[in-house]
Ligand binder design. Sequence first.
Ligand code: F6P
Length: 549
Amino acid sequence: MSQINQSSIWQTLNQHKKDIELISLREMFNSNPNRFDQFHIQFNDLLFDYSKHRISKETINLLVRLAKEADVEGWRDRMFKGEKINSTEHRSVLHTALRNQNDTPVVSDNENVMPKVDKVLKKMRRFSEEVRSGQWKGFTGKAITNIVNIGIGGSDLGPAMVCQALKTYGSKTIRPYFVSNVDGADLSQAIEKCDPETTLFIIASKTFTTPETMTNAFAARDWFLKTAKDSQYIKKHFVALSTNQHLVSRFGIDVENMFEFWDWVGGRYSLWSAIGLPIAIYIGMDSFEELLKGGFEMDEHFKTTPIEQNIPIMMGLLGVWYINFFNYTTHAILAYDQGLSKLAPYLQQADMESNGKFINRNGERIDFHTGPIIWGEVGTNGQHAFYQLLHQGTEIVPADFIVPIKSHYSLGKEGNEHHKILLSNFIAQTQSLMMGKTYDEARTEIEKQGYEGEDIESFIPQKTFEGNRPSSSILFQKLTPKTLGQIIVMYEHKIFTQGIIWNINSFDQWGVEYGKQIAKQVLPNLSENKLTDSFDSSTNGLINYIKKN
Ligand code: F6P
């Protein structure tokens, strides 16, 4: 079967790129004062402004044709219907069911999954309310004051990101910790702040076999038992979020205290499931349900809106436009909200584990770029670190600026001084990346500053900016649970759209599995007394060097 880059629409886009690259963004804005009106989409309280992209109406028409050719809408409907689109693992992809607010059944393997989703949500409500109210007691009768989530990847990044983002909604009496790294520093630094009498450990692992998580979980259990002495108390201090009841019970956790999810929930799409329990405990179940509601509303937008007005599909298409036609292969996530400081690492997993693949659904080698390198930092911190490269580097990095219009915090003059400064920086960055500064503008500026003669000539190139650097602006009222739900799902479906266009299965992760497999082979070599010669010379050299030292 021929790949998408062999299609005629791909060739047309290639040709169109050659035409459009002759026109700068500055020229596009100068010749069309309605560009903002023409290229933005509003949905609920979200504004998606994509006017600062190297596109024309024709580009959009062609990209829409590309999406149709790849049958993005058909695949989308198959996913929502529970078809097994995760073909290598023979699984449905139904994280959307976890936030479904319709009464309509969602079917996987001839079973409506909604009753079991609702049952777990009810159990999460009951439990989170007991913990928050202090009704749930530790082994000495004290209420819980610390929750320690032990998990990694999708069993960590989502809940950690959301708890950080929604701190203003968080409990004032319960502190959340997230331990993921098998580096003993991570767990040690969390538990040194905790008291075993008032700490609840949440062991979050879909498989309950992930070595990092299980090593930390056993160490946490040892730490707890050193004080509690009796293993019957484990049930008061350990709960599990998993699909693997057998291993949970073998660990010593009461299966009554296991919150279940299912194989049709991918790890990186699991924060909506029982994996969200630390979120529910920290911000309360009502707020967690608002998060789900926001996610559901974005699902509906994705499901029902024509492509041209469909935010996630348009985001996906713009990404393809840059990655495949301009060769811009990285993408920056620049949130102007301190709460979103963990959004970039969260999206790294969501995007790069999903679409970082060179084999397509048919098992063929893909000969064009696929998933982008995702990176980022909150504004304005990033401005004082890597924005220099964004403005004048030889790499061009399309970026998403994600910005609340209002802050939860009122500081400074009129209670919004900080936020106004933040907003002005966001506006200034997107504007200057797009406009740049011409040679003549640089000269005028330098002359005004009092430079003279040769100094001026040598300084002008340093102060000249090509501009023409694309960005999207994503604005919303305030970072609420519901808005955050919309933003996360917007990215999930952007990733989905790109996976479909590239004909990738975005829901497996064989590359990660390969790393795990090799680590298993290396581990025994580190404990053996003799030097190893089982691997290549570099690997042997490193293992033996560690052992000798
Ligand atoms: O890193 C690979 C991965 O399988 C992720 O997809 C997943 O989120 C993570 O490991 C954790 O897996 P588990 O929840 O089974 O411990």
